[in-house]
Design a protein around this ligand. Structure first.
Ligand SMILES: NC(=O)c1ccc[n+]([C@@H]2O[C@H](COP(=O)([O-])OP(=O)(O)OC[C@H]3O[C@@H](n4cnc5c(N)ncnc54)[C@H](O)[C@@H]3O)[C@@H](O)[C@H]2O)c1
Length: 261
């Protein structure tokens, strides 16, 4: 007779997690999920009121949520803040939808800094403690755009493809030290970042804003709905669980079948 199957809830009691971009959208959902699992969460964002709202939303019984107001373009401060973390969720991001010939070079630089160089510096800051204790989890919130390109998103697609490479390299280096590194790759998630790009997309594609979700965002998705931030946070939680300890150097895709094409 086989042993009964038991499901162990995620227990991050005694662990410290750092989540970037925690003031809104996916990062907020991740911070709340990891706190609910008992982690002490360093919630990092440049949006101070958003962090205050997150702290207020965290259930009293959950692990503490510590707000850290920081602009991640301050790379030295980001690296310092990552010291001593057991779980690192690189999530902060921004988007600009423009053809390459109109894409402002300074915005390209900022996108690459926040979405690729800051994750590198945060991983760099977090690894010594993770290696010393022989356990750590790095979860990089990538995107379908880490695996596929779309027109008018040069900086975002470049940053996410770079993040995929960084994540895989961290997986190879971290493996002997008990540290896993993976990406989570959502399709379009119901967050302010997506809502903000609808007008931009409408202009770039020359269509009405109400057609953007169906005709542009979900055009290649077999499942015709946006993903919820809590569904992405659950994938992050899975990657932190003991049952995922053999999962490293990969990309967990939540795209409603987009990349099945
Ligand atoms: N929303 C989607 O459809 C979707 C799909 C795939 C991947 N993603 C990725 O998920 C992550 C989160 O996206 P979201 O949709 O929750 O976005 P969001 O705009 O709701 O949240 C992003 C957060 O990052 C913060 N941030 C941006 N620049 C920062 C900086 N310089 N310093 C500190 N904080 C900064 C913002 O203040 C914000 O709170 C991003 O990496 C994004 O690329 C989103």
């Amino acid at each position: 007779m086989t042993a009964p199957h038991t499901v162990t809830p995620l227990d991050l009691g005694g662990r410290t997690a750092l989540v970037t971009g925690a003031a809104g959208g996916i990062g907020r959902a991740c911070a709340l999920r990891l706190a609910a699992a008992g982690a002490k969460v360093r919630a990092v964002d440049r949006d101070a009121p958003g962090l205050e709202a997150l702290v207020a939303a965290a259930p009293a019984a959950a692990g503490a949520v510590e707000p850290h107001v920081l602009d991640l373009t301050d790379l030295d401060a980001a690296e310092d803040l990552a010291a001593g973390t057991d779980v690192l969720v690189n999530n902060a991001g921004l988007q600009l939808v423009r053809p390459i010939e109109d894409f402002p070079p300074d915005v390209f630089h900022t996108v690459l800094t926040v979405m690729l160089e800051a994750p590198f510096r945060l991983i760099r800051g977090a690894l010594p403690h993770m290696y010393a204790q022989g356990w750590g989890r790095v979860v990089n919130i990538s995107s379908v755009h880490g695996l596929r390109a779309s027109p008018y998103k040069s900086a975002y697609v470049a940053a996410k493809h770079g993040l995929e490479g960084l994540s895989k390299t961290a997986a190879l280096e971290g493996a002997p030290h008990g540290v896993t590194s993976n990406c989570v790759n959502p399709g379009y998630v119901r967050t302010p970042l997506v809502e903000a790009q609808i007008a931009d997309q409408a202009q770039a594609h020359g269509i009405a804003p109400e057609r953007v979700v169906t005709d542009v965002l979900l055009k290649d998705s077999a499942l015709k709905r946006l993903v919820e931030p809590e569904e992405v946070a659950e994938a992050v939680a899975y990657l932190c669980a003991p049952s995922a300890s053999f999962v490293t150097g990969t990309s967990l895709v939540l795209d409603g079948g987009w990349t099945a094409h």
